[in-house]
Design a protein. Structure first.
Lengths: 182, 182
């Protein structure tokens, strides 16, 4: 859960980071940035900000923003009916970004959030530079984390069904609840 | 037909325009920019430069660069076998850009290349600002043109089969021939 004020501040901050990274976003589009806390209610630690440029029944193109040291939890994109599952390519644009994928444990720059060892099973670290990209096939687990400056990246994919993604952490709810202030 | 030197110069110029627009491209990626003269052998008038970030059997994400006053000819994306045809969203990033789509003739900023009246049937002009975007369904004809500064834009789409696109101009060959200097 996040409050309306938290959401609004996160949208503004994400838009500023996008512009710093050279990505165009109109003032009228800032309200459309999705602020995702994965139902964990500690956005700054585990969360992501998503600006969707395109989303159809066939394709999606998004800009993802991570605040400094923010982590997007470990997940995968399963088959849904006739769709074999989301195929996704991420391309790093700006900032400090590392991905965790299948492979031997070579974790060096990143960290696992406190008491979350079991929610992050992948420890093979890929530190990306701007312009670097990675492709994930359906069911291929991954998670990613920003370093001290935060990160801005693209996600290009087949159709998106975020609500049906799989997560290692059983506490996660993909749909973020936004609450009015008390 | 273009020469190797023309191709190399156009790649360098397109990369500089992308960077000016805030789009990351690595030095090792400049050689991968496709320079397309549509078989018309006057690249500066009718042509496009294409940097492909992603291209799979399901999706594609590209950056298109138009030099000042360069025009991408009128075309459409037909059905191919089981694929209902390319669905494409373009998003303007930087520079002066107008699209021509179905509708009444309101052409004001753009122009038709000399002796090419019959190759450009659409005259409904949409002048885009950075951040503006348009979506084209399969078979939906369109063409576009840069103004005095040139233009940089994204194209997000389902799978690309450029060689099978339809063009109004019967002289067009989508695959550009690159020739060594004499």
């Amino acid at each position: 859960m996040i409050t309306r004020i938290e959401k609004s501040k996160a949208q503004q901050r994400a838009a500023e980071m996008m512009r710093q990274a050279g990505i165009q976003i109109g003032d009228h589009e800032i309200d459309l940035i999705e602020v995702v806390d994965f139902g964990l209610s500690h956005l700054e630690t585990e969360g992501v900000q998503v600006f969707t440029m395109v989303s159809t029944q066939r394709i999606a193109a998004k800009v993802l923003v991570l605040f400094p040291n923010q982590t997007e939890p470990e997940h995968w994109h399963p088959q849904v009916g006739d769709d074999p599952g989301k195929q996704e390519t991420v391309r790093h644009i700006w900032g400090d970004l590392r991905f965790y994928v299948a492979g031997d444990d070579n974790m060096k720059e990143g960290f696992i959030a406190q008491d979350k060892e079991s929610a992050y099973t992948l420890r093979h670290e890929r530190v990306l530079k701007p312009g670097d990209q990675l492709t994930f096939e359906p069911y291929e687990k991954h998670w990613f984390q920003a370093g001290p400056r935060g990160a801005v990246l693209y996600s290009f994919s087949t159709t998106v069904r975020d609500g049906l993604d799989g997560f290692t952490d059983p506490d996660i709810q993909r749909i973020t609840v936004v609450k009015d202030e008390d």
